[in-house]
Ligand binder design. Structure first.
Ligand SMILES: [Zn+2]
Ligand SMILES: [Zn+2]
Length: 351
């Protein structure tokens, strides 16, 4: 298969910093779209993978799965896109297309495992896939998203992971008007959950450990903010919430939050704490509560989310960085020192 060498930023080992390197991309096949990457969001998964914290990282590793850019060429069978269109690519670039979940537009749960945008076996080349910290990417049109043209393009990038990761459970559990929805943790995921749940018509209550985030949560649209250490305030919400989205990846007492749910309420994990969470049976049984998890969203749902964000003028709050600042950005990410997503200006790769 013909390939094209392009510039990228990545790492050669778990302990090594990210630096400029060259990778190859396939020349577009008849079903492919070739995208010049303009912006790429920085997700915590990028850091976990670059540093092999989830094990199984193949080097060199080029992270990045919050990709937006402009289409430079399309294959002869492509019908949805043309050169010059804006486009987005999220966490997946392919899947088996045949299993029961792929047929139900749930490619993220593909039985044969969807091809992740980076660090997955590439079906076309004899390498791993390389992500969006790069000049361009070539993707089957089925996994390319249309980007609304009324939004700030750089701030759209984080919608491709943080946006869909929060939109999908809010949609699946039918969040809407007349409901009280809790969001635990105000970071990259949490701040998107607040904006999206609000736009869906729910009353949104943010739970945070940081007094410094109270004003910000309100600015983002929260109707109320509760400091989770304030036991009296927590008690006011006992049995009151219809739904809770838990975006915390640090250790925390899940039972305290389950007790805030009404009968038939659901708490859904999108954050991923390293250690198992102990759940008391009586946090669930007396009110028929559910405890679940959710992972990104399918391609059709991701398109629906982008269209929803276009209609409601929703983007991520971002801090723009150059690729040369990425190692420092990772250090800041570990301290939670970002409001609320770093986005790389890919023009910096041309420096
Ligand atoms: Zn991500
Ligand atoms: Zn499948």
């Amino acid at each position: 298969m013909e390939v094209k060498y392009i510039k990228a930023f990545g790492t050669q080992a778990a302990e090594a910093p990210l630096e400029q390197l060259n990778i190859n991309r396939r020349k577009p096949t008849p079903n492919d779209v070739e995208i010049e990457i303009l912006y790429c969001g920085v997700c915590h998964s990028d850091l976990h993978t670059a540093r092999n914290e989830w094990h199984g990282t193949v080097y060199p590793c080029v992270p990045g799965h919050e990709i937006v850019g402009k289409i430079v060429s399309v294959g002869e069978h492509v019908t949805k896109f043309k050169a010059g269109d804006l486009a987005g690519v999220g966490c997946m670039v392919d899947s088996c297309q045949e299993c029961e979940y792929c047929r139900e537009d749930l490619e993220q749960y593909c039985i044969n495992v969807a091809t992740q945008t980076y660090n997955s076996p590439d079906k076309h080349l004899n390498t791993q896939t390389f992500g969006g910290y790069s000049e361009s990417i070539v993707v089957d049109e089925k996994f390319v998203l249309r980007v609304p043209d009324n939004l700030d393009l750089a701030a759209v990038a984080p919608l491709l992971c943080a946006g869909i990761t929060t939109y999908s459970p809010l949609k699946h559990w039918n969040v809407g008007p007349g409901q009280k929805v809790g969001v635990i943790g105000l970071g990259g995921l949490g701040h998107m959950a607040v904006k999206i749940a609000k736009a869906m018509g729910a009353e949104v209550i943010v739970f945070t450990t940081s007094p410094s985030k109270v004003e910000d949560a309100k600015r983002l649209g929260a109707d109320a903010v509760v400091l989770s250490k304030d036991a009296d305030k927590m008690q006011q919400y006992a049995g009151k919430l219809h739904f809770i989205l838990d975006a915390v990846s640090a250790e925390h007492d899940i039972n305290t939050y389950l007790n805030l749910l009404r009968v038939d309420g659901s708490l859904v994990l999108v954050g991923a704490p390293e250690q198992p969470l102990p759940i008391a049976a009586f946090s669930l049984i007396p009110a028929r509560r559910s405890f679940s998890g959710s992972m990104i969203g399918g391609i059709a749902e991701t398109q629906e989310m982008l269209d929803f964000c276009g209609k409601h003028n929703i983007v991520s709050d971002i801090e723009m960085i150059s690729l040369q600042e990425i190692n420092n950005a990772y250090d800041r990410l570990l301290k939670g020192d970002v409001k609320y997503r770093f986005v790389i200006d890919m023009a910096s790769l041309k420096k």
